[in-house]
Design a protein around this ligand. Structure first.
Ligand code: MG
Length: 383
């Protein structure tokens, strides 16, 4: 079976992007773009090795990005994309593969199906191609605009396509072409092979496989990847001596208190777990170990707020948080509106996103015997 390697080009500085780090290291839903790109190739069964051309300044952030992926190596790229590709190909040449896929690091949405189709076309050899290019049709009318800003002419678009990556090549053909035309400035690898009279065919590209160039591209991609999730939380605290209980951050007078390491706000504990659960971030005990004296008597609004802040750090937003408080006493109804207002204030969200309901268990079980209070919460988040 022929061997296929991938070369990811990630050495650019991305002047059009304007972030602290080059665009290929920008976070997308909590994960750097390049890591998502790497996953597509490292996880592909037909790709044997992956070489990434990086900028020497990015060695540390690249180590973080590549952590946990097997079969990935990096090589320092050059001043231009073309230089970086050539250096990557030379690095692969030490044990040359039959085919190489060359891909932009800033195209994180590349699908396994697109990689498959490029490899299949290379291997089939039915068109005896030296290169395979994923291409998309152009639907907008194309105009040539003069330096003065005036429209010069309308270009025929029938035979125009947009070139994407990964572009696949017979390894020796693309290496030879890059060596031969290293002094010419060409914008993609197909263009380099064209200069060497290589035969290149197209396969259908993929509209979702966009190249992130600007901050707006990144925002659009993040919006497209947004999903809605729910998380649930449940908690119980036992009654003990006292003259009030804390529920949803509100002090509610009662003949007993609730026993707990913190202020025993059973509803906020359930709410904290619900939010953490919605983005798979563990549970309240992990974030605030009861063994830690720091949390003794702590006001539980800090727990809820912490979970919410973590959610927002991951790019998430709270859509709705719905509580059910289960007890015979104290009566929740008279305090319900104040509880909603309290939770809304803790999180800084509008009250319409918070719901507090109450029920009894008809005298049955521990809540029915008024031994304690249980609470459930359901968080719905966009992330
Ligand atoms: Mg608790």
């Amino acid at each position: 079976m022929s061997i296929c390697a991938a070369l990811i080009v990630a050495a650019g500085r991305g002047q059009r992007f304007g972030g602290e780090l080059p665009k290929q290291y920008a976070p997308l839903n909590g994960e750097r773009l390049l890591r998502r790109t790497l996953r597509a190739f490292c996880g592909h069964p037909k790709v044997r090795r992956v070489v990434v051309a990086i900028h020497p300044d990015d060695a540390d952030v690249f180590a973080e990005v590549a952590a946990g992926f097997a079969g990935v190596t990096s090589v320092h790229g050059g001043a231009t994309r073309q230089d970086s590709v050539r250096m990557g190909l030379e690095a692969l040449g030490a044990s040359a593969p039959d085919f190489v896929l060359i891909h932009d690091g800033a195209r994180p949405m590349v699908s396994a199906a697109l990689i498959d189709s490029v490899i299949a076309e290379l291997r089939a050899g039915s068109r005896a191609a030296d290169g395979v290019l994923p291409a998309l049709a152009v639907f907008d009318t194309m105009k040539r605009v003069g330096a003065d800003g005036w429209i010069g002419e309308t270009m025929p678009r029938e035979n125009i396509v947009r070139a994407q990556t990964p572009q696949g090549f017979r390894f020796q053909a693309i290496l030879d072409a890059h060596r031969k035309f290293s002094r010419e400035s060409l914008t993609d690898d197909a263009a380099v092979l064209e200069r060497a009279q290589g035969r290149i065919v197209t396969v259908p590209g993929d509209e979702t496989n966009i190249k992130v160039t600007t901050m707006e591209d990144l925002a659009r991609l993040a919006a497209a990847l947004t999903e809605t999730r729910t998380g649930q939380g449940f908690d119980v605290h036992r009654f003990g001596p006292g003259d009030h209980v804390m529920l949803c951050g509100l002090k509610v007078p009662h003949s007993h208190g609730l026993i707990g390491h913190s202020d025993a706000d059973v509803a906020l504990h359930a709410g904290t777990d619900a939010i953490l659960g919605a983005f798979a971030a563990g549970d309240i005990g992990q974030h605030f170990p009861p063994s830690d004296p720091k949390w003794r008597g702590a006001a539980s609004d800090r727990f809820l707020r912490h979970a919410y802040d973590l959610l927002r750090e991951r790019g998430g937003a709270l859509i709705h948080l719905d509580f059910t408080i289960i007890c015979e006493r104290p009566k929740v109804g008279p305090h319900r509106a104040a509880m909603v207002a309290s939770v809304a204030r803790i999180l800084g969200v509008e009250e319409g996103r918070i719901s507090v309901k109450a029920t009894t268990t008809e005298g049955l079980g521990f809540t029915g015997r008024a031994e304690g209070i249980a609470a459930q919460a359901l968080a719905t988040v966009r992330i």
